[in-house]
Ligand binder design. Structure first.
Ligand code: SF4
Length: 426
């Protein structure tokens, strides 16, 4: 296997509208490698899923492949390009700028697990889906292509068991206790990988494990896409080696604007942190977790210094409550109660709830839902209560330190709980 010292990874100069011709010129064709050999290469590369869980990709692939042989159900490959997290733009960027890497990755994953069908899941009405369709039209006539499926753009619709159920025509709600690698689309072992993971797979197939591991963290090799947003000069999508210092991420995003002192890491189910706590920490799963931050699905949001933390948390709590799939009591009633309490705290004209009341409601929710939504919401809010302690204290005494509603682009809340209908084909 060739391992050129410096070939492009996912982000290339001037990537917009990468045609199939240019894609081949940049990366070369996918080598013909036996599926078993590629699976070994993926294991040696140490690739971990970039969707938030950072689970070893080869382990997941092996489980799907083995279950396919054991249960006589042919596996299914499902690429998750649903962009479930607000503010994060990685899937949109990949579909627009690296559609052929994604298609290569789907084809390779399908071969590795012995799947007979594959699909790419995107948000309903996603403008980037057109880029994928254009890329598909450029592929050779004899290539088997994935089906492009559209699903409602809801927070938990991209959870892997919800997605597998929705592909089979059911509602896009998480399935408690069932993992798609055992029992996925129509009972078939299903490999669900997020779009970035599949793009990384397409590179490993070409350039090998040693090349992949030549950058990154020993425990999480390679590069990772990061949405760096908020109080930076050039917000947007970046690719960095896993393990790059957070200060380096801020530098490549043009440096800070204003004087941000706090950050949201991972996503809406991530963690608020003091910027000084993570400034010199590696952007890697375990390193961030060791200081109470999260890499999650790859959001680094720098909070403007004049934004009110209580207002941000209140808007996020209302949004997350509205994203409940409506099937676990603790989620339906717990998150809506939490959202109401934060709404009262944010309203300085109302008598805010005592902090002890908020703490006790938050403590009742974790580890009781059918998916990670409630636990992530509670972690984000508990860390926020600590980080924004001064804002919280001010609101408890009936005034706001900044008067700003906050700048985090939180989608408007839906009436909860949300019922998610099934799929639409393109
Ligand atoms: S915890 Fe909430 S979002 Fe998750 S499965 Fe239960 S109701 Fe659905």
């Amino acid at each position: 296997m060739t391992t050129p010292p410096s070939v492009p990874r996912i982000m290339v100069p001037d990537p917009a509208g990468v045609s199939y011709e240019r894609h081949l010129a940049l990366y070369g064709p996918v080598p013909r490698t036996r599926p078993d050999a590629l699976l070994r290469e993926v294991a040696e590369s140490g690739l971990r899923g970039r969707g938030g869980g950072w689970f070893p990709t080869a382990t997941k692939m092996r489980a799907v492949k083995d279950n396919g042989g054991r249960f006589l159900h042919r596996p299914f490959t499902l690429a998750n390009a649903m962009e479930g997290e607000p503010v994060i733009t990685t899937d949109a960027w990949l579909m627009t700028n690296a559609p052929h890497l994604l298609l290569d990755g789907v084809a390779l994953a399908t071969a590795v697990v012995g799947a007979t069908e594959s699909a790419i899941a995107v948000h309903e009405g996603s403008p980037q889906a057109q880029s994928l369709l254009t890329a598909m039209s450029e592929r050779p006539d004899d290539e088997e292509l994935p089906t492009l499926l559209e699903f409602p753009g809801r927070y938990v619709a991209s959870e892997e068991s919800a997605l597998a159920r929705a592909v089979a025509g059911g509602a896009g709600r998480p399935v408690h206790g069932v993992r798609p690698h055992n029992h996925g689309v129509s009972g078939r072992p299903t490999l669900v990988n997020n779009a970035e993971t599949l793009c990384q797979l397409a590179l490993i197939a070409r350039f090998g494990a040693a090349w992949f591991r030549s950058v990154g963290d020993p425990d999480a090799p390679g590069t990772v896409m990061v949405s760096i947003e908020g109080a930076v000069a050039s917000p947007g999508e970046y690719e960095v080696p896993v393990g790059a210092r957070v200060s380096e991420l801020i530098r490549i995003a043009g440096g800070v604007t204003g004087d941000p002192t706090t950050a949201l890491t991972g996503g809406f189910g991530g963690a608020w942190t003091e910027l000084s706590t993570i400034h010199d920490v590696a952007w890697a799963p375990e390193a961030l977790r060791s200081v109470g931050a999260e890499i999650g699905a790859g959001l680094l949001w720098l909070q403007g210094d004049d934004d009110c933390g209580v207002s941000e948390m209140s808007r996020m709590a209302a949004y997350l409550a509205g994203e409940s799939a409506g099937q676990c009591g603790v989620c339906v009633f717990g998150l809506s109660t939490i959202a109401d309490e934060f709404g009262r705290l944010a309203d300085v004209a109302a008598a805010g709830p005592p902090r002890a009341r908020i703490d006790s409601v938050l403590a009742e929710v974790p580890r009781r839902g059918g998916c990670a939504l409630p636990d992530g919401a509670v972690r984000m809010l508990q860390t926020g209560l600590e980080i924004f302690a001064a804002d919280v204290a001010a609101h408890e005494s009936g005034h706001c330190l900044t008067g700003s509603p906050g700048s985090l682009p939180v989608p408007p809340p839906m009436p909860y709980p949300v019922i998610m209908p099934g799929k639409a084909f393109r």
